[in-house]
Design a protein around this ligand. Structure first.
Ligand SMILES: *[C@@H]1O[C@H](CO)[C@@H](O)[C@H](O)[C@H]1NC(C)=O
Length: 293
């Protein structure tokens, strides 16, 4: 073996080491346990920690649903978690994952609501956006996979440019910052991260026609890989406006070509309701709807 080939081999080993160490730092020692960032807010007895708190199980029965919330609020950032929804006959149940300013009058809220269905019928995901107290911006897509068969990643990215709801990296909803058109955008109030599992058979499945089959109870949903990256509030006041935060970076300011293509695919093939095209509710199309996708 020549001297130079020994050098290069050593260099390669070093590069691997450097790469490995970098990876360790960049991934920031994720994932976190449930109790690091969250607490139970509704019915402790119905929330069970699994794997030393790396995951949780939510339970819904005739006595109660349950819920949890982040300990902090955040102003901009990205939150994601893996969720496995109620299998089989889940009609009338709602599993919600959302951000909320928790303010009475001028509410900001970003909602994912997973509406159960009868066995074999697709789950619907309803999204909604409240900005400065005004909501009523529901959209629904039917999921293109069985969300109860396995865990899938659900995330909300929130920066100065838009809010993006994604399922496994596929954007299913984008709410752009259209302040220039007079459309309110949530940017003044920090929001907490919440989740609840509850009964809503008065409206959830086929408009309330399908009732919960309590003989199938208890119902279980599972969560893991909790990840919140954002500016905690209270916290350093300069954080939220810092354009160096990764979630404010150029590649997060609008959908890239691939994400835009996926988003279009969802809208064309899986969208089942859009407030933007509901002439009955909105004879005049809301201004944010005129913005294309
Ligand atoms: C349930 O399944 C029906 C029939 O396939 C579908 O029309 C509906 O969008 C699904 N979701 C809900 C929440 O009703």
């Amino acid at each position: 073996m020549t001297y130079s080939s020994r050098i290069s081999r050593k260099t390669i080993v070093n590069l691997f080491l450097i790469g490995f160490v970098t990876l360790l730092f960049v991934t920031n020692a994720k994932p976190t346990t449930f109790l690091q960032d969250f607490r139970v807010t509704w019915s402790d007895s119905h929330v069970k920690q699994l794997n030393g708190g790396m995951g949780i199980q939510l339970l819904l029965d005739q006595n109660s649903g349950c819920g949890f919330a982040s300990k902090s609020k955040y102003l901009f950032g990205r939150v994601s978690m893996k969720i496995k929804l109620i299998p089989g006959d889940s009609a009338g149940t709602v599993t919600a994952f959302y951000m909320n300013s928790d303010t009475d009058n001028v509410r900001d809220e970003l909602d994912f609501e997973f509406l159960g269905n009868r066995t074999g019928q697709p789950y619907s995901v309803q999204t909604n956006v409240y900005a400065h107290g005004k909501g009523d911006r529901e959209q629904r897509v039917n999921l293109w996979f069985d969300p109860a068969a396995d865990f899938h990643v659900y995330s909300i990215l929130w920066n100065h440019h838009h809010v993006v709801f994604s399922v496994d990296e596929v954007p299913i909803r984008v709410y752009k910052n259209n302040e220039a058109k007079g459309v309110p955008f949530p940017k003044f109030q920090p929001m907490g991260v919440f989740s609840t599992l509850w009964e809503a058979d008065d409206w959830a499945t086929r408009g309330g026609l399908e009732k919960i089959d309590w003989s199938k109870a208890p119902f279980y949903a599972y969560y893991k890989d909790f990840d919140i990256e954002g500016c905690p509030s209270p916290g350093p006041s300069s954080c939220a406006s810092n354009s160096a935060n990764w979630w404010e970076g150029t590649s997060y300011q609008q959908l890239d070509a691939l994400a835009a293509r996926r988003y279009k695919w969802v809208r064309m093939n899986h969208m089942v309701y859009d407030y933007c095209t509901d002439k009955h509710r909105y004879p005049v199309t809301p201004p944010e709807c005129m913005d294309g996708i």
